[in-house]
Design a protein. Structure first.
Length: 373
């Protein structure tokens, strides 16, 4: 198939009117007038549309009534179908702070599902968010299961996942045994749900932390005398930050600041929970009741409990907030792909890469999603 005459987002994150040829689930060519060279191929006319890489969500707990910790293959299938309908072609099911037995069952189920997956957004790996966090910054995670970083347990979790853990989130100030240094040789290590200050965060970056989970949330903020974790991320080249762009978690001005300071170092995530795609109501998250109303998901005490958004909606949000479309798209394609070690496979529209493609109209609505598992 040839996607013809679309405004293609190039590998340099600029726009050019080009054709994209797809063969056997891979991008075979990107160039001008490809139909002249392959006159017998099926053509999808993209005139007036933008052609962009499939979105990559590296932090999502659930959707459509399902949660990664349910250890339910049918639920994972519903999640994968939901994400794909919103342009997400790759995702990392994200666990949270529940019992070790629940985490292990969830990881085993994700591994089995991913090993035989045929439909929906592709499971690109696992994000292990917790249990190695700080109780004081636990957010919507259950305190009784919080524990200090345990590398041997982490290795057993990774084995249960089929070695699919791509990111582990950790409060580095609780690391008493060199966890960060050792785990950084296995996957990306992210600072998260942490009481660390600026100096502690900078030390963690030296030890091997290269990522920050949902920047601004569940960490010390930036001020002129106490720059906090947020200031440490801004100040440290090579550290990439996730960010939730639902218009509720973070003020649009703070989003613009982050995008201005972290060009090429920011990942848009949904951090969605099981209510995503469903109506308002009361839902479960890690054994706790969450009330969903509009775009908010809150525990009874008012604690934010994930989101009900998706990357497609966040793209539209960011553009409406004044973030350049090219940078918003980089933050939901190439940068997250790089953070999970898959940037040679997904994240840009280049020959040889997987043909994960989203076609958007002038209003940024999805016209079609191309994806093959």
């Amino acid at each position: 198939m040839i996607l013809k005459n679309g405004m293609v987002l190039t590998k340099d994150f600029t726009w050019a009117v080009l054709d994209v040829r797809v063969e056997d689930g891979r991008i075979a060519a990107v160039g001008l007038d490809l139909c002249d060279y392959f006159p017998q191929e099926e053509v999808f006319d993209c005139t007036g549309c933008r052609v962009v890489p499939g979105f990559v969500d590296i932090h999502t707990h659930g959707a459509m009534g399902a949660d990664a910790c349910d250890a339910d293959a049918d639920g994972l299938a519903r999640m994968a179908a939901h994400y794909l309908s919103h342009g997400v072609t790759s995702f990392c099911p994200t666990t949270m702070t529940v019992s070790p037995e629940e985490i292990r069952r969830a990881l085993e189920t994700i591994n089995a599902f991913a090993s035989s997956q045929k439909e929906g957004a592709t499971v690109a790996g696992v994000h292990l968010e917790g249990p190695y966090i700080a109780k004081e910054r636990k957010g919507a995670q259950k305190e009784e299961y919080v524990k200090v970083p345990d590398f041997e347990q982490f290795l057993s979790f990774n084995e249960a996942s089929g070695n699919r853990i791509r990111i582990v989130s950790v409060a580095p100030e609780r690391d008493e045994s060199g966890f960060v240094s050792k785990a950084s040789k296995v996957c990306t290590v992210s600072i998260a749900h942490t009481t660390a200050d600026y100096d502690q965060a900078c030390e963690a970056f030296k030890q091997g932390v290269t990522h920050a989970t949902h920047l601004y949330n569940a960490m010390s903020g930036f001020s002129h005398r106490a720059p906090g974790v947020v200031g440490a991320v801004f100040d440290t080249p090579g550290v990439t930050a996730e960010i939730i762009c639902d218009g509720f978690h973070i003020h649009p001005a703070a989003l613009r600041v982050a995008f201005n300071l972290l060009k090429g170092r920011i990942c848009v995530i949904s951090d969605s929970m099981r209510a995503a795609g469903l109506s308002d109501g009361v839902y479960d998250l890690g054994g706790q009741a969450v009330t969903v109303k509009g775009k908010t998901a809150l525990l009874a005490d008012g604690t934010i409990a994930g989101s009900v958004t998706n990357l497609h909606q966040e793209l539209k949000n960011l553009v409406s907030y004044g973030v350049p479309m090219e940078e918003a798209l980089r933050a939901m394609t190439l940068t997250p792909a790089r953070e999970i070690g898959l940037d040679q496979e997904i994240g840009t529209l280049e020959p040889g890469k997987r043909a994960d493609i989203v076609v958007l109209d002038k209003d940024l609505e999805i016209v079609r999603v191309f994806h093959t598992n």
